[in-house]
Design a protein around this ligand. Sequence first.
Ligand code: PLP
Length: 453
Amino acid sequence: LDQVSTVNPTVARSIVQELADQRSNVKLIASENFSSLAVQLAQGNLFTDKYAEGAPGHRFYAGCDNVDTVEAHAADLAKQLFGAEHAYVQPHSGIDANLVAFLSILATRVENGIIERFGRKNASALTDSEWAELRSSVTNQKLLGMDYYSGGHLTHGYRFNVSARLFDARSYTVDPETKLLDLDAVRARVHEVKPLILLAGYSAYTRLIDFAALRAIADEVGAVLMVDMAHFAGLVAGKVMTGDHDPVAHAHVVTSTTHKTLRGPRGGMVLCTSEFAEAVDKGCPTVLGGPLPHAIAAKAVAFTEALSPSFASYATRIVENARTLADALQQRKVEVLTGGTDNHIVLVDVAASYGLTGRQAESALRSVGLTLNRNSLPFDANGPWYTSGLRLGTPAVTTLGMGAEQVTEIADVIATVLAAVEPGNGPDGSPSKAKFTLDEAVAAEARSRTSDL
Ligand code: PLP
């Protein structure tokens, strides 16, 4: 850090302050974690100085032997970890992974047939009119993903996202009453839309998904089943989600981030059946520029960590802690969506429980040292900025070794603070502050427990 400080003290100070922030606040953001020192060191080194466009053994630059070794190794580890036929570890992020997946599905299932029909070898040999026909056939394809308010990600077809510009994007929702995915309703929607891609996966959903059933539904209309497991990849790697709930066993293409429950460096990857492998490996240059060899090295380290038996026990504890948190909140009369959780996420309806917006609740809890994020709930009347919900996650606190006792204490603090929030002067009454500090909240909770006795 001395070296950084000498060159740029602002950056050095921010790094130290970020360390202080992450050490002194409780991290309950469902998409965050604490990567190991081994992961961080594998990422911070001179691999960052190397260009390696292409794929292992097929580069557009000289001197890529060491990048070849690391990338092929990381892909092998990913295949082993998830039981995948093929792995592509270059995507820089989850969004990049989804874009690579979209373009490879379009190439494999749509473009290659058109190019063949024209009797050409590849797209670069097409005439202008052939190219125009290929382009229009691509932009008319349908993507059917889970609605943003139901918990789907922006890249699953949200109107203002690139996914909705690339595709004729349609959505399916959770059931308005139960807030659960109803597979009969999804089947009806799939038959109505007849998409090229049926996309499953989420940023905010708390129950298991039957991917075997979704694959059968996709097959009924000849759709490609794509699953975005960015959030729950660690639970798949840790064998918490197995059988019908294992996306890799049933989907044609699976995308992921590497930094959430999987606890690796910030990044993405694509797993797929051999049908899509050739097109997926063209992620660079189709979507991506030069790979990040330092990030790929860190992914290999994280995959090795995730292959150890202790990671499986970590994944199990993540879910146990989330269930304990959901139960403890409900005992304190907090409304938890779907009545609990099967994964690392707990969704809380703060509008129903306390008459607050998610934004008010988020800032009140941050003021007592709990870092989490507000989240839209299904059919949310407060929209995506203010929201009615909070999304809590247990991956990071579980990495710190917290268990039932600490998680129950966190529920105590959340319930105590939210019950005491005073709306401020913003449009939704934001910003709000809790009436007290974390220590005072804990003391208040202890007092109320003593008075219960
Ligand atoms: N997919 C899902 C389901 C996500 O939740 C996220 C991020 O929150 C992403 C993709 C995008 O990942 P990234 O931020 O690495 O681009």
